[in-house]
Design a protein around this ligand. Structure first.
Ligand code: SAM
Length: 289
């Protein structure tokens, strides 16, 4: 593969260099050229980046910058940048800083007026969104959902009325739990696209209302394996216009402990909602069960 070998980087500059999320052919010519030309590469994993560089026959000096040394490592790199070094920042895969180390280094550079040059390239969130078939003119990237259930539910409740398309990163072993929580908070009809192993041999993209998606996964647990992005349809006002997910959550909580009549009466006092709308909702839900 040919790419420019001329030294085309500037001194005292930090380059943000995305790397492939699976398929090595997704590296850009410019990324290779920068990686070959800089004085130092700050890598999340020296081993992982070493293999990538070896694949493209690039020799470079590497420095580890990961979650364990992000503060001290960023200060070391900052001083090198101030001395005139050109540095490339890379993560294991995809765009550095996006749910990956690097934010502190970039922040320090911006504060100290050191030039930061971002290269465009692979990012799992945007790759998944582009093929999801969900609205993409506005979206909300929310990284990984919390691993603790109580915090995850809190986060989902906070996002339950977000009308933009939502994007989450998820891990294999938490996928089912997270989807069950999405179902409970967002409702069983919310459309979710599961984008798995993007750009790789086993790539699959499957979208369905969350309840159906869960059934599909439970039929073949292999469908949970690999690297995963969830793209979730944004909140759409339902026909009971004022019954937002938070109101419905409280309603269901009250109904689970109290007679329907008392629960509805309390609801009209807590929220500014019509008694009839609440009754209609309860009846339609009961009919669906
Ligand atoms: N900075 C990276 C980016 O730009 O996408 C993300 C890093 S984050 C630590 C890793 C997570 O990204 C994975 O757990 C998964 O959720 C998602 N991811 C990375 N590669 C992926 C792929 N090929 N297919 C699906 N999801 C992927």
């Amino acid at each position: 593969m040919k790419f420019s070998v001329a030294r085309n980087v500037s001194p005292s500059t930090l380059y943000i260099v995305p790397t492939p999320i699976g398929n090595l052919e997704d590296i850009t010519y410019r990324a290779l050229s920068v990686l070959q030309s800089v004085d130092l590469i700050a890598a999340e994993s020296v081993k992982h980046t070493g293999l990538l560089l070896q694949h493209f026959c690039i020799k470079a000096s590497l420095f580890t910058l990961n979650i364990h040394n992000e503060v001290s490592g960023s200060l070391v790199l900052l001083s090198k940048l101030q001395l005139g070094y050109s540095i490339a920042l890379v993560s294991r895969a995809g765009t550095p800083v996006i749910s990956d180390p690097g934010y502190r280094l970039v922040y320090c550079c911006v504060q100290k007026k050191i030039r930061v040059i971002p290269l465009p390239g692979a990012c799992a969130a945007v790759t998944a969104l582009s093929a999801s078939g969900l609205l993409s003119d506005r979206f909300c990237y929310d990284g990984f959902l919390p691993s603790k259930r109580i915090l995850r539910l809190e986060r989902l409740r906070f996002l339950s009325e977000e009308s933009r398309t939502l994007i989450f990163y998820e891990s294999t072993h938490r996928l089912i739990d997270s989807l069950e929580d999405i179902l409970n908070i967002f409702g069983s009809d919310r459309h979710v696209v599961l984008a798995r192993e993007l750009t790789k041999f086993w790539e699959s993209i499957y979208g369905a209302p969350v309840k159906k998606l869960l059934n599909w996964l439970q039929r073949d647990i292999i469908r949970c394996r690999g690297e995963i992005v969830l793209v979730v349809e944004g909140y759409k006002c339902n026909k009971y216009k004022k019954l937002t997910p938070n109101i419905l959550y409280t309603l269901e909580l009250l109904i689970s402990k109290l007679p329907v009549k008392i629960a509805i009466s309390l609801m009209t006092k807590i929220y500014n909602v019509r008694r009839n709308d609440l009754y209609d909702y309860v009846v339609s839900k009961t009919n669906r069960l």
